[in-house]
Design a protein around this ligand. Structure first.
Ligand SMILES: Cc1ncc(COP(=O)(O)O)c(C=O)c1O
Length: 459
């Protein structure tokens, strides 16, 4: 029997070595990108022109004058104005292996050699099959999750999660969600998101009931949350479809809670037949274990789990009971061939190359980075970088007075000085870092220098 052409392409050592050669050539061009660099006179005008054009054609400017050139190396990215930035946001958490990672790039090129650019639910290629299988194998090690459905982004994964929760628990309509949660940008996810600024002028459907998130230092916090949840359930008997929570609040301020906070609420939801849905769009691959439900050891309660970002596409995982009726969940796209191949490589690297676990690379980066923040807070930036912490590659700190104004100004100051960070939380506003898993000691030192300089300039 002759070999299929597709297999021949995928397994051809000639094609693989051409891909590696190509990636190597590109990486060689990026060799000079080793640290942050100021904008270059020769490129500033063109950089500004391009930045202005984006604003002109999309109706409002970008938050930062950032337009990547397509070159980058590790935590560093080259920008059209000739500068190189230390990128500690990584596309809001997409580029977990930083910029220009040779293995990610090679996987993306391999995927790009498919006969089609985009894959979908009617005519998928083999990357779709392998990503789904691998996700189920990994998720089911510590949970009852049994199926995986690919989508295009976190919001779409969440929309599908809500649909399957509602269908299984029909006619229940309402959603239990955390205070300060973020769930995406669709009409419904904007309502699940607890931030009125993100739904200004939109009608409110009153389908979301709030539970307070854990307050460190308040011994009653877990009881208060459980009581509130029970009150909602009692007042809306048989009308609550699901309880959605981020295992660690992302946009809401990078706050996390211990297992003991979650378990009583999750047990109560199970008792009442309310779907337990972990939104791991931001936490997936990042908290030190593959899933944050593993980090928190709550996998056995999870009925539905949504991921995106680091997987380079979106995915929805669910148990046998939540497998929906045909027709409920579909969609043209399930990710590009390149993105699926790169997502698969990200899964392979994170699980096979020493990133996870208490002595993995992620834990080391976390400890070193938080250590640096605490040192600054105790020395030169005394009291101006408080409450440093988080989980794994998700780290935040409360800078200055924690006001929106000052944190926004600090973000621009950091950007000017060569580092990209972002904010989260509202009361207080915090400085948020989605650290790349490839940070080295020298990069953490540089982050500390830029942070110190920027804070002192502002203070
Ligand atoms: C917890 C959480 N849920 C959902 C989303 C929405 O994902 P996407 O932007 O891919 O639609 C995000 C994005 O930041 C998120 O952090």
């Amino acid at each position: 029997m002759s070999k299929l052409v597709g297999r021949t392409i995928a397994e051809s050592s000639k094609i693989e070595s051409l891909i590696n050669e190509l990636v190597h050539e590109v990486s060689k061009l990026e060799e000079g990108i080793t640290t942050a660099r100021a904008p270059q006179d020769a490129h500033v005008d063109n950089g500004k022109k391009q930045f202005d054009e984006i604003g002109k054609y999309r109706g409002r400017p970008l938050f930062y004058p950032f337009l990547g050139t397509g070159a980058g190396r590790g935590p560093y990215v080259e920008v059209e104005d000739g500068s190189v930035k230390l990128d500690l946001v990584n596309g809001i958490g997409v580029h977990i292996f930083g910029h220009g990672h040779p293995k990610m790039r090679a996987a993306a090129v391999r995927g790009a050699l498919s006969d089609v650019v985009m894959q979908g639910n009617l005519e998928p290629n083999h990357e779709y099959a392998i990503v789904g299988k691998r996700m189920v194998e990994l998720a089911s090690r510590k949970s009852r999750l049994k199926y995986c459905w690919l989508t295009t982004c976190g919001t779409m994964a969440n929309e599908n999660a809500l649909k399957i929760a509602r269908q299984k628990n029909t006619p229940a309509r309402l959603v239990l969600a955390m205070e300060n949660s973020f769930a995406g940008r669709s009409t419904m996810m904007a309502e699940v998101t607890d931030n009125p600024a993100y739904r200004q002028g939109l009608p409110v459907y009153n389908e979301v009931l709030r539970v307070p998130f854990y307050k460190p230092g308040d011994p009653k916090s877990a009881d208060v949350a459980l009581r509130r949840l029970k009150e909602h359930v009692a007042a809306n008997e048989k009308n609550i479809s699901c309880f959605v929570f981020e295992p660690m609040l992302g946009e809401g301020g990078y706050r996390y809670a211990p297992k003991e906070y979650f378990v009583p609420m999750l047990e109560f939801c199970k008792e009442k037949g309310i779907a337990v849905w972990a939104d791991e769009v931001q936490t997936f691959m990042r908290t030190g274990e593959l899933f944050a439900f593993e980090t928190l050891d709550i996998g056995k309660y999870i009925d539905i789990c949504t991921v995106a970002k680091t997987l380079q596409t979106g995915a929805l995982l669910y148990t046998e009971e939540y497998n929906p009726q045909p027709g409920l969940v579909a969609g043209t796209f399930s990710g590009g061939s390149s993105a699926l191949a790169a997502g698969l490589e990200a899964l392979r690297m994170i699980t096979e190359e020493g990133y996870l676990g208490p002595s993995g690379k992620i834990a080391k980066i976390h400890n070193d980075f938080v250590g640096m923040l605490n040192r600054l807070n105790e020395t030169t930036c005394k009291g101006l970088l408080r409450e440093a912490g988080g989980l794994g590659l998700m780290v935040a700190v409360t800078p200055l007075d924690g006001s929106k104004d000052n944190v926004t100004k600090l973000l621009y100051q950091l950007y000017k000085n060569g580092m990209i960070a972002f904010s989260c939380g509202r009361d207080p506003y915090r400085l948020r870092f989605l650290l790349p898993a490839v940070m080295e000691t020298k990069d953490i030192e540089l982050a500390g220098q830029i942070l110190e300089k920027s804070i002192l300039e502002m203070a």
